[in-house]
Design a protein around this ligand. Structure first.
Ligand code: ADP
Ligand code: MG
Ligand code: MG
Length: 886
């Protein structure tokens, strides 16, 4: 027969640690503590199965439940030596919800259940303390009315406040027996008025009302929203815990508190916590009285009174329990306890929430202490949270004035003066100022401004817009899609609602949650410490995927290497075109009418690219470097202002009108699907020839000076076999030529980016030529869905709200569509070329879930922004470990 109720008490529990799904987190913890011989007030847990049954059967309980509750209540009475509803020696209980994972949306706990006008006399009889008994009674009515009867807590709260004012006392502890007695009557009156009922006085009725309220709270909007946000399945259900009351409000030898077995913010191995004398559970969080530190080391103020000092024996017991529990769970724990007249009771245990820094330290320390192995240590780290360690963050404790909110496009935090253009950003930073670049959206021309700004804020664009991708690559904080901003560059003003931010005003960006604050906000800076290095070393032992970085400059490459990158997975050569004066030569090349003119301009670019490549190779000695030939539509480089065109016409000795006409002729309706990628190489082979020459001359010199790298030359946007065939020939021919000039030979690979659905479908043909595939999943996602990543911001919120999409496919790789295309490409590619090198260089390369998918596809490597490398390392190791445990 199915069992619906599990008992715990008298050093024995029916449940155990393996039953978390059935008993919920709280219920399992109470059972395990009981079995470990820890003092826990007796009680029982009604299983999550009952919750599921309740919702599947039109809100009816299974028939046998009533009987099981009755018999377990009897066991509780025996264990506690009191009786539920008894007028001389009443047992009181708390009713507590408890899902598998802690869920803030769920019902609050009701304490002191079982009291009425008769049993309160029993409580007086038992305690010999009228004041305590009536304090407990009014607490019960107050909580039950709020949590079960749904009466706004402020109603009774303000009656209580008024009482305190009348008696001019500061807190409830100073109120008298008489005050509490009259509060009981006043609260009952509120229930009559607000609900039109007498406050339920039958303890059994109270109990079932409490139980139903817990199950009902599984289905309230805030709980549903929380589950959606945290991907908690609807059918998990919650358990209900009914626990004998112990009283922390029985005077100065009683108390209630919470503690952590290690410091949840730093991870330090010490005991931390807070407690309140003469109080019950809810007082600690209510904030009406200031909790005191549990021990002497965590005292902050001279008048703090620690538990260690006032109740040394109880404190020792608490430490003893913490030790037993930490050794048993082998993790940092969050404990809730109550002390009744000098006796300690444990009421909850769970693994403690912690900052990323603490998570790393605790995992590494516990491995050193021999408590856990390296695998467990690595699996303990939430890769998403590692971001916290890589970037400065807004201090959570600081005062903030939020002016707007956008998308948290690139993590970190930054403060600076508002500027509206890349030029302004450069000018102001030259004067030594720190600036935040605010734009409607950014384009490749803004790179120089972005690179000097502290942070970037745009009104448009999604999580993979230009601003977002570039900022992430630079490890710079950015907020995009902040549609509240009315940007008026001319007036140097931003309007947000009825507020105005002017050029030069200070703002602070919080790239972790998308908030924009006015003024400076204090920050905490990251530190890459020994613990961090240790956890990376552990992870390196287990991962199968290699980790590379997307890097275009020697600086990026150095950052990437420092974080442990094993090569460059994508060097976007066009980013080099915006440095300094180079753009002029680039424009000259693009606007040339004749091949000869173009060659002349290209000749100017050649030495610049070559020297960039050389520096990049030096940073990546011994590793693979993947260089992509020119990819973006040429119009991105075109001069836009009259001034720019005039300047160029002087350099090129061509009339303004002719240049302008040429620029207009290059305009495209849909440039992302236009004359770009390998199509440029087909139309203007001389461009690719120059790039190959620069790459290879640099590589030959590098080899000749006794160094090595493995070069991969990548041809973008291929979707037709003939494209790769033609361009591979071009690369090989040019390379041969250069190698001959230098008298050196070395291996290199020519391959392609797989970023169009057609390329996936004919990957077997492409693989006849391509020696590697690098999945460009940004474009592959754009073209598979037909979503423009720069415009997705306008409809993605609707798609997420209406559950049409579960996540942004530009952030988390869409396994069923885009992933399936990748799988086809991998299968077809390897069928023709068994040792074809496979990698990914889209933004997904830094996303833990996408990395797990790449692992399952057996790719050789993932490539991500330099600052994402540690996240990728942890994710890749976790993917291997999860694989092994299958
Ligand atoms: P939450 O899930 O919000 O932590 P709990 O069910 O743990 O809610 O209850 C909150 C607090 O109420 C506990 O930390 C404890 O202080 C108090 N509490 C709960 N049950 C009892 C009990 N049986 N006796 C005394 N205090 C209790
Ligand atoms: Mg709790
Ligand atoms: Mg692309």
């Amino acid at each position: 027969m199915v069992r619906y109720v599990y008992f715990f008490g008298d050093k024995h529990a029916d449940g155990d640690g393996s039953m978390k799904n059935l008993l919920g987190g709280k219920g399992t913890g109470l059972a395990e503590m009981t079995n470990l011989g820890i003092r826990v007030p007796a009680g029982f847990t009604i299983t999550t199965d009952v919750c599921t049954h309740y919702y599947e059967h039109n809100k009816k309980y299974p028939e046998q439940l009533e009987g099981e509750v009755k018999s377990n209540l009897k066991k509780m009475e025996e264990a506690m030596g009191a009786r539920f509803g008894d007028e001389r020696n009443p047992l009181l209980v708390s009713v507590r919800s408890g899902a598998r994972v802690s869920m803030p949306g769920m019902m609050d706990t009701v304490l002191n259940l079982g009291l009425n006008d008769d049993t309160v006399k029993g409580l007086i009889n038992k305690s010999g303390d009228k004041r305590f008994a009536y304090d407990t009674y009014r607490r019960f009515i107050q909580m039950f009315s709020n949590v079960v009867l749904g009466i706004d807590s402020s109603v009774m709260e303000s009656i209580l406040e008024k009482k305190k004012e009348e008696r001019s006392v500061r807190n409830d502890n100073e109120l008298t027996y008489g005050d509490f007695e009259s509060l009981v009557d006043e609260f009952k009156d509120v229930v009559r008025k607000k609900r039109g009922i007498e406050f339920p006085s039958d303890p059994e009725e109270q109990l079932w009302m409490g139980i139903s309220a817990v199950f009902e709270s599984w289905d309230v909007p805030r709980a549903i929203i929380y589950r959606k946000l945290n991907k908690i399945p609807e059918n998990w259900g919650t358990a209900v815990n009914v626990v004998s009351m112990v009283y922390g409000n029985m005077g100065d030898t009683s108390a209630t508190g919470v503690a952590f077995t290690r410091d949840p913010s730093t991870g330090d191995n010490g005991f931390y916590g807070e407690y309140l004398i003469n109080a019950q559970g809810e007082d600690v969080v209510a904030g009406t009285r200031t909790p005191q530190p549990v021990n002497e080391i965590s005292r902050k103020n001279p008048d703090d009174i620690s538990l260690e000092r006032v109740m040394p024996r109880v404190y020792k017991d608490l430490l003893g329990y913490a030790d037993i529990l930490e050794k048993y769970y082998k993790d940092m724990l969050d404990l809730e306890f109550t002390i009744q007249e000098g006796i300690l009771y444990m009421l909850q245990v769970r693994t403690g929430k912690r900052t990323a820094k603490a998570a790393v330290k605790i995992a590494v320390d516990m491995e050193k202490e021999g408590m856990i192995d390296k695998k467990t240590a690595v699996l303990r780290i939430d890769p998403y949270s590692i971001v916290q360690l890589m970037y400065p963050a807004v201090d959570i404790k600081a005062d903030k004035d939020v002016v707007a909110k956008g998308l948290p496009a690139s993590p970190g935090a930054a403060s600076g003066e508002v500027v509206f253009s890349a030029e302004e950003a450069e000018e102001e930073t030259k004067k030594g100022k720190k600036v935040i670049l605010v734009r409607i959206e950014t384009s490749p021309e803004d790179i120089h401004g972005m690179s000097v700004a502290e942070g970037i804020l745009t009104a448009r664009g999604g999580m993979t817009s230009h601003a977002a991708v570039v900022a992430r690559g630079m490890g710079k904080c950015a907020i995009t899609g902040c549609s509240f901003l009315g940007i008026n560059e001319k007036n140097g003003e931003i309007t947000v609602g009825d507020r105005i931010i002017k050029r030069g005003d200070i703002v602070t960006l919080n790239g972790s949650n998308g908030e924009v604050y006015s003024g400076y906000v204090s920050m905490v800076t990251p530190e890459i410490n020994e613990d961090f290095k240790s956890i990376m070393e552990f992870a390196n032992e287990f991962r199968k995927l290699k980790i590379r970085a997307n890097a275009d400059t020697p600086e990026d490459a150095r950052v990437a290497r420092n974080y442990g990158a094993e090569g460059i997975g994508l060097c976007r050569t066009e980013h080099m075109f915006f440095k300094g004066d180079r753009i002029k030569a680039v424009r000259e090349m693009i606007l040339s009418e004749t091949l000869e003119e173009r060659r002349k301009a290209l000749a100017k670019l050649l030495p610049m690219q070559k020297s960039d490549f050389l520096k990049l190779y030096s940073e990546m000695k011994g590793y693979s470097v993947n260089i992509r030939l020119l990819d973006p539509p040429l119009h991105e480089f075109l001069p836009k202002t009259e001034k720019e065109i005039r300047e160029l016409s002087d350099i090129m000795h061509v009339s303004y009108e002719r240049l302008k006409a040429k620029a207009i002729s290059l305009h495209e309706v849909n440039p992302m699907l236009g004359h770009r990628g390998c199509r440029l190489g087909v139309s203007y082979p001389e461009i690719y020839e120059m790039q190959v020459r620069a790459i290879m001359e640099a590589a030959c010199e590098f080899h000749n000076s006794g160094n090595k790298i493995t070069l991969e030359i990548m041809i973008p946007v291929v979707s037709i076999y003939e494209e790769i065939k033609l361009l591979k020939e071009l690369v090989n021919k040019k390379t041969k030529e250069v190698m001959k000039e230098y008298g050196v030979e070395f291996e290199y690979l020519v391959g392609t980016m797989i970023e169009l659905p057609r390329a996936c479908m004919i990957a077997d043909e492409i693989a006849k030529e391509a020696e590697f595939f690098s999945f460009g999943t940004n474009d592959l996602t754009q073209t598979a869905f037909g979503f423009s990543r720069d415009d997705i911001g306008s409809f993605l919120p609707d798609y997420l709200n209406k559950n049409i999409l579960k996540t942004d496919p530009f952030i988390e790789l869409d396994r069923s569509g885009v992933g399936e295309l990748m799988k086809i490409a991998v299968d077809k590619g390897t069928s023709v070329r068994r040792d074809i090198k496979l990698g990914i260089c889209g933004e997904h390369g830094g996303n833990p879930s996408s990395i797990e998918f790449c692992h399952s596809l057996n790719l050789n490597y993932v490539s991500c922004s330099p600052y994402m490398v540690p996240i990728a390392i942890i994710s890749a190791a976790q993917a291997s470990l999860k694989d092994l445990s299958k």
